[in-house]
Design a protein around this ligand. Structure first.
Ligand code: AMP
Length: 366
């Protein structure tokens, strides 16, 4: 039998790499990272190649398979690496998810509902797009937006010029403003043998564009809505020939689910799975990219939550004293807006979960 142990190279060395490695070691895998410096969250978890001319070459020499932490990983670099070592998820997933326009075209091709949109390359384009789509609308950069950065909500026509001035002079996309009741996401995993697994839809609560906490599974989701989300995911996974974790962010509206964006990587809204599901998203990603069978996505308890620790670490002793509560720190320096860790909590009822959440008030948005 071929040995299971594989050498996995990760492009990036942040908390996602760290958690992938922590999930992969019990499976007998080995890890190396290509990062910026030896202080990054993954640095002590495997061999570290520091970003300079030959770091990627060293990672390729080391690895049997390569994955990445960020959807902003260079597509050309991935194409080049693939000539020597397989990279999962492959180039197509990366290429599409790097551009909001390409994502929307794909949603359209696969009959996945999304916001009405227009690509915008000038102030004139923007004026025409506003006429077409109406207001309010949300203007976004087509690439490199994250945590709500590079966005402008246009509420009245008098704001059009300001919006262009603030984030324009590059390619933008204007999207109709969706009146949603909740922001949801679903995480799915596919391996090269075309096995698919899906985690339950979760409810994500953001503040100032940053994910603050997740409730998993999202409450009051009827079976047909979960099924619809899984159908959307299956279409995306198959069309992209995706191997690894894929996350899809959705808006819940009166007329059903509306897709917002995809991420071809382990996702912050899936961190609850570390203790909350029979197999975590990190382990399933590693299983998928190394050709192992996928694990059960079943939640371990009735309900779970994931609370991000942002900016300052806070009183973590208060966390450590709570039952069914699990602290994950990423070994990062405190800085405003920075994700420093997260707390997972499990409960047998929503009532118990919210009672524990209330004790974590210091980590929740005001
Ligand atoms: P994004 O970077 O696309 O995830 O957007 C950041 C946040 O802006 C989302 O989490 C939503 O709260 C909000 N948002 C994005 N697109 C829309 C939209 N078309 N309609 C309403 N709100 C949106």
């Amino acid at each position: 039998m071929t040995p299971i142990s594989k050498k996995i190279g990760i492009i990036g060395a942040g908390q996602l790499g760290r958690m992938m490695a922590m999930a992969g070691y019990p499976l007998g895998q080995k890890f190396a990272f290509c990062g910026n410096n030896n202080d990054e969250p993954s640095a002590m978890l495997g061999q570290m190649f520091i970003e300079k001319d030959c770091a990627i070459e060293s990672l390729v020499d080391f690895a049997d398979v390569i994955t990445y932490e960020s959807e902003n990983t260079c597509v050309e670099q991935v194409r080049e690496i693939t000539k020597t070592v397989p990279v999962f998820p492959a180039e197509k997933s990366l290429f599409i998810s790097q551009h909001r326009g390409r994502e929307k075209i794909l949603f359209g091709q696969l009959d996945i509902p999304c916001a009405p949109y227009q690509l915008v390359n000038s102030l004139d384009d923007l004026k025409k797009a506003v006429e077409e789509i109406g207001l309010p609308a949300i203007l976004k950069t087509t690439t490199e937006g994250y945590d709500g950065k590079g966005q402008f909500v246009i509420k009245k026509t008098s704001q059009i010029a300001l919006a262009w001035q603030k984030i324009g002079n590059r390619e933008l996309i204007l999207e109709g403003f969706i009146k949603f009741s909740r922001e949801l996401s679903i995480i799915a995993v596919r391996n090269a043998e075309n096995e698919h697994v899906y985690y339950p839809l979760v409810h994500n609560i953001h503040d100032d564009g940053i994910l603050r906490y997740t409730i998993a599974p999202a409450q009051q989701i009827i079976d047909s809505v979960q099924e619809t989300a899984e159908i959307y995911m299956q279409k995306l996974l198959d069309e992209l020939n995706h191997v690894g974790v894929l996350a899809l962010e959705l808006f819940e509206t009166d007329s059903g689910l509306i897709a917002n964006e995809i991420a071809p990587r382990v996702h912050n809204s899936g961190h609850w799975t570390m203790e909350g599901a029979e197999t975590s998203q990190f382990e399933n990603h590693i299983r998928a990219i190394t050709g192992m069978p996928l694990g059960s996505t079943k939640p371990k308890q009735e309900i779970a939550a994931m609370v991000n620790i942002i900016g300052t670490t806070g009183d973590i002793n208060a966390v450590l004293s709570l039952p069914n509560t699990y602290l994950h720190l990423y070994d990062k320096e405190e800085r405003a807006g920075r994700k420093l860790g997260h707390i997972n909590l499990l409960a047998d009822s929503a009532e118990d979960l919210f009672a524990t959440l209330a004790k974590l008030e210091q980590f929740l948005p005001k």
